[in-house]
Design a protein around this ligand. Structure first.
Ligand code: NAD
Length: 503
């Protein structure tokens, strides 16, 4: 990977890093020649200049992805795909620090969080490298005497991968590693708020030796770029991570083309704390669930449903810790919470804080912006006395905001936890093993943690119930989202058959 180019181009302001799109194996500007600047939310100023792509660039990228599928990539064996995936994993490992710094600059997320993610990412490429050469079909014993029947697993084709601004490379990798293992080609569209790391990542794809067009990256300031890609007739599958509202639009576009689609969307995940739980462990899990990454994670554990006997004690623990969270420079090793990633999101979070108070919630910690640091900081906030109908309970804030309410019985806890259109994740805190599994089974969520929060792995499926999405990423099952099953019937006698009879 080339060093950060403090470019010498006269049209680029000094200090602005410049990135290109990656189409058909070439690093290119937008066809229009336009660019846009992305803002570092901590510094509050532009730090990178990227191509302002449009529908024309998307069309080129889709054509390149189609050609690659019909060219050498389509012929590559699983062993070859596996080799390239391992190589890409090695390159991500070798460049983890630079990629993490780019993500920090683009989104304001903590370096300690992003370097952790980047150091872990190679495991996805290694895991699916291990699967690429094992995509076996089946032979099926025929119910008719003279037929041999077998199945083939074939790549679904050209995949549009559309990603959000939080953790761009992790969420891309959930799609790319498995899709490349399956033999698909990709057109990637990172968020307009944080495209830099994905554009830089393309350099590693190139260096790994993937044939031109297998992976393409386009970006643009306008949301129309993603929209055009999602409904493109040259695309065979859409893999999307983002908000539920956009997810619905993407699903409609995919349906128009009768395309496969996976959607990883928002959440409003509950953390249920029973009275026999280790309260300091639960408090720690609550902090991890909603204040890590400034609450800007889809799986944020943003609803605390706590037994009335331990409510006050737990709130005191969480509120004290929330007030002590160190806000500051996301690049500093001792910073615990960075800014909100962009101005629209910052305004949105502050709006939710006001609404919560207006609707009657009590502030136990935080409750407003944090102005000391400059930049887009919000105080880690804990609301108590919330009710199930309040906006802060019903809608995803995507910020450092916890809403706490009480229960008395196991049934009541479950009813409150499941009273949401979302179903991405949830946690149960208890020392009673029977209760833990009983509640885990009844929570309507794609992931449940018992006495833990915010743990993921390449080999464990991840995705949501209800408004939190469609399909699963990660794990062995994810390969089904990127492959088609073909049945092949071979007639063994050479005889002709009654043409007017089935079978
Ligand atoms: P978003 O929905 O605004 O944008 C996501 C991506 O879609 C961006 O690249 C955007 O440019 C593109 N886009 C916008 N309009 C489009 C359209 N009509 N058609 C196709 N693409 C379009 O989401 P965001 O604000 O970037 O991300 C935050 C959201 O993502 C949160 O709701 C969060 O919960 C969710 N999220 C979910 C997961 C998960 O795995 N479930 C993970 C991370 C984030």
């Amino acid at each position: 990977m080339t060093a950060a180019p403090a470019t010498a181009r006269p049209d680029v302001e000094p200090g602005l890093e410049e990135f290109k799109m990656f189409i058909g194996g070439e690093f290119v500007s937008a066809r229009s020649g336009k660019t846009f600047d992305t803002e570092n939310p901590y510094l509050g100023r532009a730090w990178a200049r990227v191509p302002d792509g449009s529908s024309d660039d998307v069309d080129l990228a889709v054509d390149a992805a189609r050609s690659a599928l019909q060219g050498p990539w389509g012929e590559a064996t699983g062993f070859e795909r596996s080799r390239l995936l391992r190589r890409l994993g090695d390159l991500v490992a070798a460049n983890a620090e630079r990629l993490a710094r780019l993500e920090v600059a683009d989104s304001g997320k903590l370096y300690r969080e992003m370097i952790g993610q980047l150091n872990y990412l190679p495991q996805w490429y290694y895991y699916y490298a291990g699967l690429a050469d094992k995509l076996e079909g089946r032979t099926i014993p025929s119910d008719k005497p003279n037929f041999f029947v077998y199945t083939r697993r074939e790549p679904v084709g050209v995949v549009a991968a559309i990603t959000p601004w939080n953790s761009p490379l992790l969420l891309l990798t959930f799609k790319l590693a498995v899709g490349l293992a399956a033999g698909c080609t990709f057109v990637i569209k990172p968020s307009e708020h944080s495209p830099a790391a994905t554009l830089a990542f393309a350099e590693l794809v190139d260096e790994a030796g993937f044939p031109p067009g297998v992976v393409n990256v386009v970006c643009g300031a306008s949301r129309e770029v993603g929209e055009h890609l999602a409904r493109h007739r040259g695309v065979d599958k859409v893999a999307f991570t983002g908000s539920t509202t956009t997810g619905r639009a993407v699903a409609k576009a995919a349906a128009e083309n009768l395309n496969k689609v996976t959607l990883e969307l928002g959440g409003k995940s509950p953390q249920i704390v029973f009275p026999d739980a280790d309260l300091s462990a639960a408090a720690n899990g609550l902090i991890a669930g909603v204040f890590a990454a400034t609450g800007q994670t889809c799986m944020a554990g943003s609803r605390l449903i706590v037994h009335e006997d331990v409510h006050d004690g737990l709130i005191q623990l969480v509120a004290e810790r929330a007030r002590a969270i160190k806000l500051g420079d996301p690049n500093d090793a001792d910073t615990e919470m960075g800014p909100v990633a962009n101005r629209p999101q910052y305004e949105k979070v502050l709006g939710y804080l006001k609404t919560a108070v207006a609707e009657g919630a009590t502030v136990a910690a935080g409750g407003g912006p944090s102005t000391e640091q400059g930049g887009l900081f919000v105080q880690p906030t804990v609301f108590t006395d919330v009710t199930p109908d309040m906006t802060v309970v019903r809608e995803e804030v995507f910020g450092p905001v916890l809403a706490a309410y009480k229960f008395r019985t196991e049934e009541e806890a479950l009813a409150l936890a499941n009273d949401t259109p979302f179903g991405l994740a949830g946690a149960v805190w208890t020392s009673n093993v029977h209760l833990a599994h009983r509640v885990a089974a009844k929570l309507r969520a794609g992931t449940v943690w018992i006495n833990a929060y915010r743990v993921l792995a390449p080999n464990v499926p991840f995705g949501g119930f209800g408004d939190s999405g469609l399909g699963r990423e990660n794990g062995l099952e994810a390969i089904n989202e990127y492959t088609e099953n073909k049945s092949v019937w071979v007639e063994l006698t050479g005889a002709t058959r009654d043409p007017f009879k089935l079978g």
